[in-house]
Design a protein around this ligand. Structure first.
Ligand code: AMP
Length: 226
């Protein structure tokens, strides 16, 4: 039902999306593609938190303790960052939420602030996730994402786009990754059922290349919003 309502809108109005999926499912990569194609901002609560940690704000200092342990940062702190970000003018055309909500409380917090059109759930075989995350490298300058085996940069440890230095996130080590995956299983996975019941969720299985996945996402968005 929600899809029919969304279809009556067109791309000049709003697209409000959530990308749901375990760490390493490729949410960030797909979100970047949607951002470029549909000109709506990607809002990653992970990035917002990492920026707060880097800026050493009070919130950032509190959040770091949880992030280093692979745990979820308390809902209130994340909501504070998210509300401020959603109030910025570039969100008027819509947005893609990447990494939020992460539990049922966050989903209900979000629904109090705004309405969501579509939740794309990216499903990946559990065994692939650890390998994907521990091989992930991110550009310090532009945020582009690489994988040391599956999508290596042309020059070692340098970004193809901007020549920025590539780094491994502090929480992408094997030990923390396993904790983050457990957190996902217990706290975030119940959101699949939650949004399914609301008629808003579509699942895409990520069993092929990034480009194939991009085509699946694109065709789902066309089907939903045109
Ligand atoms: P991500 O970049 O989405 O993998 O997030 C990295 C880390 O930031 C997570 O392991 C959490 O500690 C924290 N984080 C990101 N988003 C949230 C959220 N919505 N709620 C709580 N913690 C979050």
């Amino acid at each position: 039902m929600i899809f029919k309502r969304a279809k009556r809108w067109n791309l000049l109005t709003q697209i409000k999306l959530i990308l749901l999926g375990a760490p390493g499912s490729g949410k960030g990569t797909q979100a970047k593609f949607i951002t470029e194609k549909y000109n709506i901002p990607q809002i990653s609560t992970g990035d917002l938190l990492r920026n707060a940690v880097k800026a050493q704000t009070e919130l950032g200092k509190k959040a770091k303790v949880f992030m280093d342990e692979g745990k979820l940062v308390p809902d209130k702190l994340v909501l504070e960052l998210l509300e401020a970000r959603l109030a910025e003018p570039d969100c008027e055309a819509g947005f893609i939420l990447d990494g939020y909500p992460r539990n049922i409380t966050q989903a209900t917090d979000l629904e109090r602030i705004t309405e969501i059109d579509l939740v794309i759930n990216i499903e990946v075989d559990f065994n692939l996730l650890v390998e994907r995350i521990t091989g992930r490298r991110t550009c310090k300058t532009c945020g582009a994402i690489y994988h040391i085996i599956y999508s290596p940069p042309k020059r070692k440890a340098l970004c193809n786009n901007c020549s920025g230095e590539l780094y491994q996130r502090d929480d992408d080590t094997e030990e923390t990754v396993k904790k983050r995956l457990k957190t996902y299983e217990t706290q975030t996975k119940p959101l699949i059922e939650y949004f399914l019941k609301k008629g808003k969720l579509r699942t895409l299985v990520s069993d092929s290349t990034i480009d194939m996945m991009r085509l699946k996402v694109e065709s789902l968005l066309k089907e939903t919003f045109y």
